[in-house]
Design a protein around this ligand. Structure first.
Ligand SMILES: Nc1ncnc2c1ncn2[C@@H]1O[C@H](COP(=O)(O)OS(=O)(=O)O)[C@@H](OP(=O)(O)O)[C@H]1O
Ligand SMILES: [Mg+2]
Ligand SMILES: [Mg+2]
Ligand SMILES: [Mg+2]
Length: 355
């Protein structure tokens, strides 16, 4: 069989996300989390730094010419010896149990200094030319800290268009058929039956597979759930009220006749959940006028939902534009829904937001 376009990129992305996701799980279970507050008051942990180092190392080994846009930088680790050592201890011990898979990722990083330089390789400005990977080593860091939902996120853009996307969600159920419940955001655990990788390649559909400790497991195709009536929909939104205008979300739901309470969960696990039909809609309404969304918070999820039969736009109905640099400078908010009802949702969104 002729290999499909982007098959190597997908394979490496799956392995890299899997290895990094396992590192974040080990941080959750056995380490002090080394939490710092960044200048925007959001948290970053040793898990964020470690996962970013592992993913970039794997990309550099396989695709040395590619550029990388990643959320974190090594500055705090350069200034704090103890923090650097803690992250290094984690990173040097992280490997997939399958030797072939680990080899494909280039094996371990050689030294703490090399690790810092690797983390800082995620400083590309992004843009509309060439191959650029977008990495969010832990999306939903607050969810991660409280044992809720979070995701390790990786997307490949070529000339500003997302071609490959992978999400590692260790606290979501493996099963695609389990519908979302209200407490999934707060009470998630990575007990038996939990841990899933979502992926998509443009034009080739979307898939899920169980998170494993060695090589990647075999996939199942995922699809958004057909909605006979929009009023039956379950919609997802952010946990933090400050990230999304939840009063407006409730008004939009009411306008659409939706009576079920929203499911609040952190991270791109929201995109994965609707792509597999566990939920139906994702509403992310702009709350703070000055907040501009980052490409690493949406690249993989946008593609996975579209390849599962959904449409993803901003609140005005414009497709997300990943070609403008590190941010979605031309978009406000995100509305993701099955293709055939997306227009109806946008009309409701506009009617509430324009009031
Ligand atoms: N003010 C504001 N408005 C909107 N979005 C913001 C804001 N501040 C931060 N962020 C980014 O949101 C990422 C987490 O999004 P979530 O949907 O998981 O939000 S929430 O945690 O459920 O509130 C989170 O990603 P991580 O930093 O990777 O956790 C942030 O990049
Ligand atoms: Mg962050
Ligand atoms: Mg994020
Ligand atoms: Mg993050």
């Amino acid at each position: 069989m002729a290999s499909q376009e982007y098959s190597k990129e997908l394979h490496i992305a799956l392995l890299a996300v899997q290895r990094a996701t396992l590192l974040t799980k080990s941080v959750f279970h056995s380490h002090a989390k080394g939490t710092l507050n960044k200048s925007d008051a959001s948290p970053v942990t040793i898990g964020d730094f470690g996962a970013q180092a592992l993913i970039i190392a794997a990309l550099q080994h396989n695709f040395p010419q590619d550029e990388i846009v990643a959320e974190e930088e090594a500055k705090d680790l350069r200034e704090n010896d103890q923090l650097r050592e803690t992250v290094w201890d984690l990173v040097k011990g992280a490997s997939l149990s399958d030797a072939t898979a680990e080899n494909e990722l280039g094996g371990s990083i050689s030294s703490p200094e090399a690790m810092l330089d690797i983390i800082d390789k995620g400083n590309s400005k992004g843009g509309n030319r060439g191959r650029i990977w977008a990495i969010d080593p832990i999306d939903g860091t607050k969810g991660f800290l409280r044992g809720g939902q979070y995701a390790v996120c990786l997307g490949l853009m070529v000339d500003g268009d997302v071609k490959v996307g992978v999400l590692g969600c260790p606290n979501l159920p493996v099963s695609d058929s389990e519908r979302l419940s209200e407490n999934i955001g707060a009470d998630a655990t990575d007990a038996e039956g939990k841990g899933v990788l979502f992926s998509a390649v443009l034009g080739q559909g979307a898939q899920s597979r169980p998170l494993s400790k060695d090589t990647v497991s075999s996939p199942s195709s995922i699809h958004m759930k057909p909605l006979a009536n929009i009023s039956e929909a379950t919609f997802c939104e952010s946990v933090e009220a400050g990230h999304s205008s939840q009063g407006d979300a409730a008004a939009i739901a009411q306008k659409l006749g939706i009576t079920k309470p929203s499911v609040r969960m952190d991270s791109q696990a929201k995109y994965g959940s609707i792509a597999r039909g566990a939920g139906d809609l994702y509403l992310r309404l702009p709350a703070r006028k000055d907040y501009v969304e980052k490409i690493w918070d949406h690249a993989a999820g946008d593609l996975i939902v579209r390849e599962a039969g959904g449409q993803v736009t901003d609140v005005e109905g414009k497709r997300l534009d990943f070609s403008l640099g590190r941010t979605l400078a031309n978009n406000k908010g995100v509305i993701a829904a099955p293709k055939d009802v997306h227009g109806e949702v946008i009309e409701a969104v506009k009617s509430i937001l324009n009031k």
